[in-house]
Design a protein around this ligand. Structure first.
Ligand SMILES: Cc1cc2nc3c(=O)[nH]c(=O)nc-3n(C[C@H](O)[C@H](O)[C@H](O)COP(=O)(O)OP(=O)(O)OC[C@H]3O[C@@H](n4cnc5c(N)ncnc54)[C@H](O)[C@@H]3O)c2cc1C
Length: 360
């Protein structure tokens, strides 16, 4: 019997697998396709990302970002700049990131198997059973615990009857081959309850994208947005963004990490770093021989991210305010900021206060 079977080799699954294997656990990972594919992510992350990689910056780095221009209108409309003197975030090769993290998990001793789709999960008194369809047919594997790191539509979550995330937004993005190494992203508050974006990716082109609540016409809005910019992006892709973690992300012999647990920033949809942060809590807290430690994981990741997620919801509520109110608010706040991209609580930090005072 394995210590842990991990379902999904995205950032959350690979990070957890690496950390758990480093602790000496026997970890088996199943990935339904090829690691990193298909792409459905901007790969726009704070510079904290490099704390989770090993010598991979040269290979993964595409562009650096120092600020965002917020628009209440579409392309060409007036903007409200928010920026720092130093780099806030990086745009990276997301497919390459997933491959790198899976390699690190393998190097640490985890057995990562691609082209293996988990089709069934059940919990028993002394462990969990995982049914997997691979190149040689369907196999069953047993483990003391199963980790659902299988993304927004998590099969593990569904099979084990765990509660669903608050919301699943629908994101669409596409790329042009314009070379742009500008250091500002553009954010347009022109779609319901979220935003549309333009991200310069250096030599890798420019990305255009947006996300909308379920039931809205994501593709129609995307076409109109790109038309406004006068571009026709190709390599289009789409994906779901879970927002609002369920009240419980663990079971008797199971736990969820990453998008499966909706560990994302409600005001950007970003989940790469929150998922890996939670993965580290899981590896630190959970002992497969003591399922009682699953509760320690629940407490640890919520203590770390709860306030950030709560404040992230409040920031996102601003996207739905009437345009005159948005304009007033942004005029009052625009300029130099001292906020950390993943930590909205830094809105109340000394650094942010210093940035505000330095404007006068
Ligand atoms: C349009 C869009 C743009 C985004 N932009 C950003 C961004 O700029 N920055 C950021 O931080 N986040 C961004 N995100 C969110 C980010 O992509 C996710 O938060 C992140 O991928 C979550 O990682 P994860 O490991 O939890 O899940 P995933 O990356 O979804 O990985 C889950 C893995 O599980 C596998 N899997 C699923 N089911 C099974 C199964 N039954 N058996 C075996 N394997 C299975 C999948 O193939 C996948 O590889 C974006 C999302 C979207 C949709």
């Amino acid at each position: 019997m394995h210590d842990v079977v991990v379902v999904g080799a995205g950032p959350a699954g690979s990070r957890y697998a690496r950390r758990a294997a480093q602790r000496g656990l026997d970890v088996l990972v199943f990935e339904q396709g090829t690691v990193g594919e298909p792409l459905a992510c901007s790969g726009h992350v704070s510079t904290d990302i490099w704390e989770y990689t090993e010598d991979a910056r040269d290979e993964l780095f595409q562009n650096e970002i120092t600020g965002a221009r917020f628009h209440t209108g579409g392309p060409g409309s007036a903007d409200h700049p928010f920026y720092r003197d130093e780099v806030i975030s990086n745009v990276i090769d997301r497919v390459g990131l997933d491959r790198h993290l899976a390699d690190l998990a393998r190097e640490a001793g985890a057995d990562v198997r691609e082209e293996h789709t988990v089709v069934g999960v059940s919990e028993e008194r002394d462990g969990a059973s995982v049914e997997v369809r691979g190149p040689d047919g369907v196999e069953t594997h047993r483990a003391k615990l199963v980790a659902g790191c299988d993304g927004p539509k998590s099969r593990v979550r569904r099979e084990l009857g765990m509660p669903e995330p608050g919301e699943l937004l629908h994101g669409v993005l596409g790329f042009t081959d314009e070379v742009d190494d500008g250091d500002f992203v553009d954010v347009h508050l022109t779609v319901p309850r979220f935003f549309a974006w333009r991200i310069p990716r250096g030599e890798a082109g420019v990305e255009y994208g947006l996300a909308v609540p379920p039931g809205d016409d994501a593709r129609g809005r995307f076409e109109a947005f790109c038309e406004g910019y006068g571009v026709e992006p190709d390599h289009r892709c789409s994906g779901l963004i879970p927002v609002g973690p369920p009240r419980r992300v663990s079971g008797r012999r199971s736990f969820l990490i990453g998008d499966a647990a909706a560990q994302t920033k409600p005001f950007t949809g970003g989940g790469i770093l929150y998922g890996m942060t939670a993965a580290d809590h899981a590896a630190r807290e959970i002992d497969p021989d003591d399922p009682g430690t699953l509760g320690d994981y629940e407490r640890a990741w919520r203590a770390d991210l709860r306030s950030e997620i709560r404040l992230g919801h409040a920031v996102r509520a601003g996207y739905s305010m009437p345009e005159p109110v948005q304009k007033l608010g942004m005029r009052a706040l625009e300029g130099k900021i001292g906020v950390h991209m993943d930590r909205p609580t830094t809105l109340f930090s000394r650094e942010q206060l210093r940035a505000l005072l330095s404007r006068s």
